[in-house]
Write a protein that binds this ligand. Structure first.
Ligand SMILES: Nc1ncnc2c1ncn2[C@@H]1O[C@H](COP(=O)(O)OP(=O)(O)OP(=O)(O)O)[C@@H](O)[C@H]1O
Length: 321
């Protein structure tokens, strides 16, 4: 079942010339870890806010748990959604425990004190904060505060969790701790919707990735799918000396030259051998290389809208629905 189904979603902000989101289509299945990747201003936060019904779409529909997010029925479903947005959403004056207790009381009004303590202890332990539970949040590092925010988001035992750039501004160690928490949630079978501009993060955690830029879908699929569909292979040929024959070569294939190395687009070694043989050049070394997802991401973001159209079509064709 699709937990989130977004169809033809558009969002325009008043006074802004360019729409924040343009005709977005996404479906996310139960238990999937979905990563929305894009640079600053791409439209990631806008998308999360629309799904949480904090903002209203200009056009299109969003269904979560099969229910339109603008309907009254969605309010009931929201109890099973946890979210960690950009702002911390916890009190600095209160201790970690008191913050958790405050939110626990909202979700479990009639809970016994022992059950409440058990829930809070389990989540604060999960966040690595049980030892500092009685310290005010003001004394926590930024990483600890983010972990507390994540623990707070889990109080309602959500089936769906939204995380808007959860590791933003954290040092590598703090980032790793949050990522470990996310991987544990993934293992538990929670559906996770993560936004990030950190490719490595998305690659490590997410089973389904969408790349947006200027509000437009650039590519969508699993890491492996994106890699196999878009990641270009090239053949690297080292020669003793570059000569006028490269002109002939460039007529037959797309090439780039750096010193005595020629980079040829593609990995059809049979054809490359054939063309090189015609030029009569002596090849010293030849190997194929695959472009990493990082190169691919940058390439997709830089690509012209017209070129992107092709990429999206190719991406969507391959996405299993
Ligand atoms: N309240 C608002 N009013 C007007 N324009 C807005 C508002 N919020 C966002 N925008 C614009 O919408 C576009 C998308 O912004 P959004 O914050 O969704 O991007 P983002 O991908 O989350 O960026 P970042 O990674 O910097 O958080 C941007 O051009 C931004 O200026």
């Amino acid at each position: 079942m699709d937990i989130i189904e977004i169809k033809n979603l558009c969002k325009e902000y008043r006074g802004k010339e360019e729409p924040a989101l343009k005709n977005i289509n996404i479906s996310i299945k139960e238990g999937e870890t979905f990563g929305l990747l894009g640079p600053n201003g791409a439209g990631k936060t806008t998308m999360v806010r629309l799904i949480l019904n904090i903002l209203k779409p200009t056009k299109g529909t969003i269904k979560v748990f099969g229910v339109d997010v603008t309907s009254k029925e969605y309010d009931k479903k929201r109890k099973k959604i946890g979210f960690m947005l950009e702002s911390l959403g916890v009190s600095y004056i209160l201790t970690g425990y008191e913050n958790m207790e405050f939110f626990d009381r909202i979700y479990y009004e009639d809970s016994s004190p022992s059950e409440r303590k058990e829930r809070i202890e389990s989540l604060l332990t999960f966040a690595g904060l049980w030892k500092v539970k009685d310290k005010p949040v003001a004394t926590y590092s930024h990483g600890m505060s983010r972990r507390l925010t994540l623990a707070r988001a889990l109080i309602c035992d959500p089936t769906l969790i939204f995380l808007d750039e959860p590791t933003l501004g954290l040092d590598p160690e703090a980032r790793t701790l949050i990522r470990e928490m996310l991987l544990a949630l993934k293992k538990e079978g929670k559906t996770v919707f993560l936004t990030s501009h950190d490719l490595e993060e998305v690659e490590k955690i997410c089973s389904n990735i969408a790349i947006i830029n200027h509000g437009e879908m650039v590519a969508q699929g699993s890491y492996e799918e994106l890699k196999s569909r878009f990641s270009a292979r090239r053949t690297v040929v080292k020669v003793k000396e570059i000569g006028p024959w490269v002109e002939e070569l460039s007529k037959e294939m797309k090439i780039e030259i750096d010193g005595n190395t020629i980079y040829i687009e593609g990995n059809d070694s049979g054809r490359i051998f054939e063309v090189l043989a015609k030029t009569g050049v002596k090849v010293q070394e030849m190997k194929t290389e695959e472009e990493g997802l990082e190169d691919l991401y940058l390439k997709l973001l830089k690509s012209e809208p017209e070129a992107r159209k092709g990429l999206v079509t190719r991406a969507l064709k391959g996405v299993k629905r």
